[in-house]
Design a protein around this ligand. Structure first.
Ligand SMILES: NC(=O)c1ccc[n+]([C@@H]2O[C@H](COP(=O)([O-])OP(=O)(O)OC[C@H]3O[C@@H](n4cnc5c(N)ncnc54)[C@H](OP(=O)(O)O)[C@@H]3O)[C@@H](O)[C@H]2O)c1
Length: 461
């Protein structure tokens, strides 16, 4: 670390400021839209101050949504928003809130007052108006022809995504879902076409393919097929991606191969890394395996490894064979995807990884004190060679990653000029991972609208 950085000490990045309003939508659509809009802003890698013009009931629904997907959120009371907003916002930000929600019941006059007070006291630029930006996604007017989606997998993540997509009927339609146990899925989702074969899935000519399968087969083949046909892909499958990244990226060309959910669940790991890559990112350090972190939390509470794993399986976090997680393969695959996003290349040597079983022997005291975490670290060395490791570390009491408990993930990104940014969320589970998949889908929808607008502009001369 250079002398200048040492002198300045760590500083946080400036937060971003956004406004969004209910815009007269129907109640259910309204809270979904507000939650989605603020989450997509949070994905961009800054603490987010969100001034939301809606009523308190709506705000409570949004907060429940953020809690379910694991975004650390502080909500001010309407009275605090109109009296001394800057003081409360500053306090919430320094306590580590990812999103600070400011509910505003009044009209444009009050909005102007609050925006003015915050900009003046916190030296913020004018807020981004998400109402304008969101107009292109699932919140745009219902299109004449809905977007056709095909999915592989209807397990923990797939079923959460499917549930959310079915609520968006009109904008999207699910043409088919591929799985193994079709009867079970049909009983839960009557009306959805479930199929066994890739041929049947792609015979529905989807506009977007969502891969939520659990293994290489048939996910890899399905992604190849989609990308060869120019169909955008969204996947949560980090093992397949990390192992076949160059091939899949090559096939994709300009076609989106979105994979936010592959690292961090709802924690916007790859988005933050990409946003900060151009600002002199020198190190990424984080907890990126929710299952291992959940097991460590149980061990700290006195459970045996066997009981901790049983609890993780019961919570839908661990597979029957948890070796991918416990032996560090999962964290290593994620480290490789983080290195790509941050530095444009994979680590030169295989990611150094440590097995949980070995670490538990070495760190008995730290386990009992709740200080042991599996830390994934990615950074270039002095020669610019990217190195990555996933090992168990007994953290100091002031380490921000100690905040990661249970299935929570967190990341600290350090910049060359001494600034740093921490981001948190839930690293595993159906609903948090589905939030990342849906945000990727929104990105694709927005890009389509942008490209249709520019095509029209070209056509009109
Ligand atoms: N769970 C999480 O918290 C989490 C978090 C981040 C990323 N991810 C990633 O998300 C993906 C899905 O995870 P998950 O937890 O939802 O897995 P899961 O519960 O095991 O579901 C996997 C799905 O894939 C289907 N499938 C597997 N092999 C198949 C085959 N040969 N043919 C047809 N269908 C097949 C299964 O069908 P049946 O249901 O019919 O057996 C099941 O619906 C994985 O890549 C995982 O690494 C998961």
């Amino acid at each position: 670390m250079d002398a200048d950085v040492k002198r300045k000490g760590p500083m946080s990045l400036k937060p971003q400021f956004v406004t969004v309003s209910e815009r007269g939508l129907k109640a259910r659509a309204r809270s979904r839209r507000l939650e989605r809009a603020v989450y997509r802003a949070y994905r961009e890698g800054r603490q987010t101050i969100a001034l939301i013009r809606t009523d308190m009931r709506e705000i409570e629904t949004i907060i429940t949504g953020f809690t379910e997907i694991g975004i650390p959120t502080t909500t001010l009371t309407p009275a605090a928003v109109v009296s001394r907003p800057a003081r409360h916002v500053r306090e919430a930000l320094s306590n580590g809130a990812g999103v600070v929600v400011l509910p505003l019941a009044g009209g444009p006059y009050w909005q102007e007052q609050v925006v003015g007070a915050l900009r003046y006291s916190l030296a913020l630029p004018a807020p981004r108006d998400l109402d304008r930006e969101e107009a292109g996604g699932l919140d745009a007017p219902v299109p004449a022809v809905p977007l056709k989606l095909a999915m592989l997998g209807c397990g923990v993540v797939g079923s959460a995504v499917l549930e959310a997509l079915l609520a968006e009927a009109g904008h999207v339609t699910v043409s088919a879902v591929m799985a193994r146990d079709l009867e079970r899925h049909r009983a839960r989702f009557p009306g959805v076409q479930f199929v066994h074969e890739l041929d049947e899935l792609f015979a529905t000519s989807p506009d977007v393919f969502i891969d939520l399968g659990s293994r290489e087969a048939p996910s890899l083949e399905a992604m190849r097929r989609a990308l060869r046909a120019g169909v955008p892909v969204i996947t949560a499958n980090k093992q397949v991606l990390a192992a076949h990244y160059d091939e899949l990226k090559g096939l994709a060309g300009e076609t989106p191969l979105a994979h936010s959910a592959a690292v961090g669940g709802s924690t916007p790991v790859l988005e933050c890394v990409r946003h900060l890559a151009g600002e002199g990112l020198v190190e990424i350090r984080g907890v990126v395996n929710g299952t291992v972190n959940f097991v460590l939390s149980r061990l700290a509470a006195g459970a045996s490894l066997e009981d901790a794993l049983a609890a993780a399986r019961k919570a839908g976090l661990a597979e029957a064979d948890p070796s991918d997680d416990l032996d560090g393969h999962d964290a290593a695959a994620k480290a490789s995807l983080i290195a790509r996003a941050a530095f444009g290349r994979t680590p030169q040597e295989p990611v150094l990884r440590e097995r949980l079983a070995e670490a538990l022997d070495r760190h008995q005291a730290a386990v009992a004190e709740g200080r042991l975490r599996q830390i994934t670290q990615v950074a270039p060395d002095a020669d610019g060679v990217v190195r990555a490791r996933a090992e168990f570390v007994a953290l100091e009491a002031d380490d921000p990653l100690l905040r990661c408990r249970d299935a929570q993930n967190g990341l600290v990104l350090r910049l060359r000029d001494g600034r740093s940014h921490a981001v948190f969320g839930l690293g595993a589970g159906g609903r948090p991972t589905a939030a990342a998949v849906l945000a990727d889908l929104e990105d694709i929808l927005h890009a389509r609208v942008r490209s249709a607008v520019s095509d029209r502009a070209v056509a009109n001369g």
